[in-house]
Design a protein around this ligand. Structure first.
Ligand code: GSH
Length: 216
């Protein structure tokens, strides 16, 4: 059985595993408790970040690479577009942009807000990261004006990647999206696979519930 280490971006992996109907177990990793105490996890990923998976003899990190691996090794699945599909370029682009252009820049802002010394929590770099996020979001919006999902007229793994990033921005820096992006998030998160992943990721579920409570 596949072991998934850590929530955070591990939610993307849990969501895909649910969509694929693959059995897995989630092994919690507490980054805030001091990762140096978690020798079992460090044996899997000595770099100490999440998510990671163990699938038989395979160990992998990087959420998007893990998704590509799962789709390739445990597919085929309609969630991965074939290379000869006319929408393959959009699929491939947004699968990666969800992390490289969207969640990654937000990470820089979140880490600075949490970890930087007082007085340095908003700086040139956080402004730059916001600008990068906004510019890539423009590409998401342009695509959503053409198709209901990010690569095509049906849900793909690229939607898992991008939806995670948009919700991450909402939940961490309170980013305000327009109607088209909000409708898109509502569409992708209405899936049973999303709900099941949320039920299996108690840390994410509690975090989201806490955020909802704060805005009441
Ligand atoms: N590009 C990586 C980003 C991984 C990442 O930033 N993970 C965060 C939690 S979601 C983390 O482990 N941060 C602590 C660290 O990087 O040391 C991915 O998509 O998996």
């Amino acid at each position: 059985m596949i072991t998934l280490y850590g929530e955070g971006r591990g939610f993307r992996v849990a969501w895909l595993l649910e969509e694929l109907g693959l059995p897995y177990r989630l092994r919690q990793v507490d980054l805030l408790d001091g990762i140096e105490k978690d020798s079992e996890f460090l044996a899997v990923n000595p770099a100490g970040f999440i998510p990671a998976i163990v699938d038989g003899d395979t160990i992998m990190v990087e959420s998007i690479a893990i998704m590509e691996y799962l789709l390739a090794r445990h597919g085929p699945s309609p969630l991965a577009l074939a290379v000869d599909d006319p929408s393959f370029p959009a699929y491939q682009q947004f699968l990666h942009m969800g992390e490289a252009g969207l969640a990654g820049p937000i990470n820089a802002i979140v880490a600075t807000h949490i970890l930087a010394p007082d007085g340095e929590r908003e700086n040139w770099t956080t402004g730059w990261a916001r600008d990068i996020f906004r510019s890539r979001l423009g590409l998401v919006s342009r695509q959503l004006a053409k198709t209901p999902f990010i690569a095509d007229d049906h849900f793909t793994a690229a939607d898992i990647s991008v939806t995670y990033a948009l919700e991450f921005a909402q939940r961490t820096i309170g980013f305000q999206f327009g109607a088209a992006e909000l409708d898109y998030i509502a569409r992708t998160t209405a899936r049973d696979g999303y709900r099941r992943a949320m039920d299996n990721c108690p840390g994410t579920k509690a975090w989201v519930a806490g955020l909802a409570g704060r805005t009441k």
